[in-house]
Design a protein around this ligand. Structure first.
Ligand code: ARG
Length: 393
């Protein structure tokens, strides 16, 4: 039964259209919504709006839902609309009147935000761990490969001498920047949305963001209840930016691997386990992992664009449009974590073909050094440049 049931039937097509995929996506939010509901029930009890036994029965039912969900046994039906409704219906069934009391002082508008932000905090922490591992792996490879000479390219033309260590080390250093951005996003979103209710606070009762902030592990809360709704999509696009920066590096790493593993370059060998074959050409060993990693960046920035675009032009306050930003947020996290995982796997599965690298170190690569040596002997740089350029004309 819907929370807003007032005794008339909604058109079935309208029902299906408005629910969309939400009842499926919300499966990810169930444990977070339960966690927020436990904190809310405790707060109601502290304010004498629930009795001690009502609170206990709600808390144990909510814990039951978390356990059922873990076992894959908690269901949200399309007719429930979302996890908030499915959970409340369960509570009413299990706890009777106490279940009917839990929605006092909140709205699904702050409820969904609380669950989302708890989910996002956990996902960000997971990705921070993965990016740290990526950074450490790249750092290790960078020192292992520090003396393997490799041409450096500008305009995709051989430019100056470099090393395989410098190549991979650039990704380690950039990962530090990405960790800074991810941590900044985590810090930014660490505010309790609960207590803002529909977007205008809770009248009559003394309930606000402070009430449940520390119970939920938020380091602060929204002072202005309307800003909670303003932040939906705004915070998510900051998260998206941090994730797309992670994906940007992975895209470049993948592009390099695809190119460097061609017969034409041959700088990088891919271990067989990381390649796939062709259904027609028996000789093929394809770098599909790298190719898909390359494309995932575009998938993530596509989701970022959806979030930014769907949340613009909306009047202040909750608008149902916001529901459609849930899927892009979840897609982005899924794509980013599976990509960082795969990028680490790929990096661990490549070796550098020192011979091929050496062969590519053609004399032109040392031209700048040659000019600098002339400068050391007193020739002005522009003259030295011209002298050396003659040799390569
Ligand atoms: N599924 C909704 C969302 O994600 C939950 C909030 C619904 N609020 C409402 N006023 N209909 O936005």
């Amino acid at each position: 039964m819907k929370l807003w049931d007032k005794g008339f039937e909604t058109d079935k097509n309208v029902e299906a259209f408005t629910v969309g995929k939400d009842y499926l996506l919300d499966m990810k939010l169930v444990p977070y919504d339960c966690k927020a509901s436990i904190a809310h029930a405790e707060a109601l009890c502290e304010k004498n709006l629930l009795s001690e036994s009502e609170k206990s029965s709600l808390v144990s039912a909510l814990k039951e839902i978390i356990a059922l969900h873990k076992e894959g046994k908690f269901r949200i039906n399309a007719s429930d609309e979302d996890c908030h409704t499915a959970i409340e219906n369960y509570l009413v069934k299990k706890c009777g009147d106490a279940g009917k009391k839990i929605h006092l002082g909140r709205s699904r508008n702050d409820q969904v935000m609380a669950a989302l932000r708890l989910y996002e905090k956990e996902e960000l922490s997971k990705i921070i761990k993965l990016v740290s591992l990526w950074k450490e792996t790249a750092k290790k490879k960078s020192s292992e490969w520090s003396s393997i000479e490799m041409p450096g390219y500008t305009h995709m033309q051989r430019a100056m001498p470099s090393t395989a260590g410098t190549w991979i080390g650039s990704f380690a250093e950039s990962a530090e920047d990405n960790l800074f951005l991810l941590n900044a996003a985590l810090k930014l979103i660490d505010k309790n949305p609960l207590g803002s209710a529909a977007g205008f606070g809770v009248p009559v009762f003394d309930i606000n963001g402070k009430t449940t902030a520390s119970k939920l592990g938020f380091s602060s809360w929204f002072k202005n209840p309307l800003q909670v709704q303003l932040s939906r999509g705004k915070y998510e696009s900051v998260i998206a930016e941090a994730l797309s920066q992670v994906m940007f590096d992975i895209n470049k790493f993948a592009t390099d691997v695809v190119l460097f593993s061609t017969k034409e370059f041959g700088f990088v060998n891919l271990c067989d386990k990381l390649t796939t074959g062709s259904s027609i050409m028996p000789q093929k060993k394809n770098p599909d992992v790298a190719e898909l990693l390359r494309a995932k960046y575009h998938a993530v920035i596509g989701e970022q664009f959806k979030i930014k675009s769907m949340t613009a032009n909306l009047m202040s306050g909750y608008n149902r449009d916001l529901q459609l930003t849930k899927e892009p947020v979840m897609n982005m996290f899924d794509a980013a974590s599976e990509s960082v995982d795969a990028a680490i796997l790929l990096l661990n599965g490549i070796t550098i073909n020192e011979n091929a690298c050496k062969q590519a170190m053609s004399p032109g690569i040392y031209a700048t050094e040659e000019a600098y040596k002339l400068v050391k002997n007193g020739v002005p740089f522009r003259d030295a440049y011209k002298i050396v350029a003659e040799k390569f004309s």
